[in-house]
Design a protein around this ligand. Structure first.
Ligand SMILES: [Zn+2]
Length: 307
């Protein structure tokens, strides 16, 4: 079953070779994630509809991951109304504090993340990702080309949140119907696709792609075992490289094996931390942007709370 199967299902940009479920797009990069802020012609300063929200520890915009939060107009209304803007910003703060910065790898590298709020709104219209994601594209083009990822926050129950393969994703943030129990992890999960190019690690209908030269999932077990032996020797082969059955009949293999992490199936033992294979991908991408990167305190499945 998909991660968060009892509350939300998630879909994403997928490998063109492994189309399944709702996925219709390819990741925008196979190497350095979807980090568009480097080396492109876009200015690094936000335009008038985008306001800096949080820049933990400083850092310079061209050497960090710039994340822009967008409000669903159905749930937050017109952000020109100060009360609406305040309500939205409170939820943005919750996602940062209870989501992003509860992931040890992100918290320990928090100077690599800048967060922004966009006053132009978008909408999530249903479950037919990616067309269900409606972003204020004109405003993005005008004011936010510096951004590395955009996340619509909404409060709609039953939405299949997703990443569209091109820097844009959605996440429910509220306990609307009494069953949404891991909402903040969903937001981080979707941004982990967009920022770090991490694939899904749950079976079924996610987005699956290899991330060479680091590796999270593999098309063959032998390839997976070779990678684990060389790069993650602390993960015993006896528990690594478990099959990851994918809708449509294909199978891939998880380097992190049975461990339930941020990108993996929901279970009683799930935690929103990176597995060791995820970490190597994170380390490569973040190091490429920031020039340095700090290892997390823990790896999944060990739980962690921000100090
Ligand atoms: Zn996912």
């Amino acid at each position: 079953m998909p991660r968060f199967s009892t509350i939300l299902s998630l879909c994403f940009g997928a490998s063109a070779l492994l189309l399944a479920g709702c996925e219709t797009t390819t990741p925008s990069s196979s190497g350095g994630g979807s980090v568009s802020g480097r080396g492109d012609a876009a200015p690094f300063l936000p335009g008038s509809s985008v306001e800096p929200f949080s820049t933990p520890g400083g850092g310079t915009p061209d050497r960090v991951f710039n994340v822009v939060f967008v409000a669903d107009s159905d749930d937050y209304g017109d952000l020109g109304n100060p009360a609406n803007l305040s309500a939205f910003e409170a939820d943005v703060a919750s996602v940062i504090n209870n989501g992003f910065e509860q992931v040890s790898a992100i918290y320990r590298n928090r100077t690599s993340f800048h967060y922004y709020v966009m006053k132009e709104t978008g909408r999530v219209t249903g479950n037919n990702c990616p067309t269900s994601l409606q972003f204020p594209e004109a405003a993005i083009t005008r004011d936010a080309l510096f951004a590395d990822a955009f996340l619509i926050l909404h409060k709609k129950p039953g939405i299949r949140d997703c990443y569209n393969g091109n820097r844009r994703a959605s996440a429910g943030v509220r306990d609307v119907d009494g069953t949404l129990t891991r909402e903040y992890g969903t937001a981080v999960h979707e941004m982990a696709h967009a920022l770090f190019n991490l694939p899904d690690e749950y079976p079924g209908s996610g987005g699956y792609w290899e991330t060479a030269p680091t590796g999270v999932i593999f098309t063959t077990k032998a390839e997976c075992q070779s990678y684990v032996t060389a790069n993650i020797p602390e993960t015993p082969l006896a528990t690594a490289c478990t099959p990851l059955p994918i809708d449509g009949g294909a199978t891939m293999y998880r380097a992190d094996g049975f461990i339930y992490d941020l990108m993996a199936p929901s279970s009683a033992t799930s935690v929103d931390q990176l597995g060791r294979a995820d970490w190597l991908q994170f380390e490569r991408v973040v190091g490429d942007v920031d020039g340095s990167v700090t290892a997390p305190d823990v790896f999944a499945p060990t739980p962690w709370s921000r100090p």
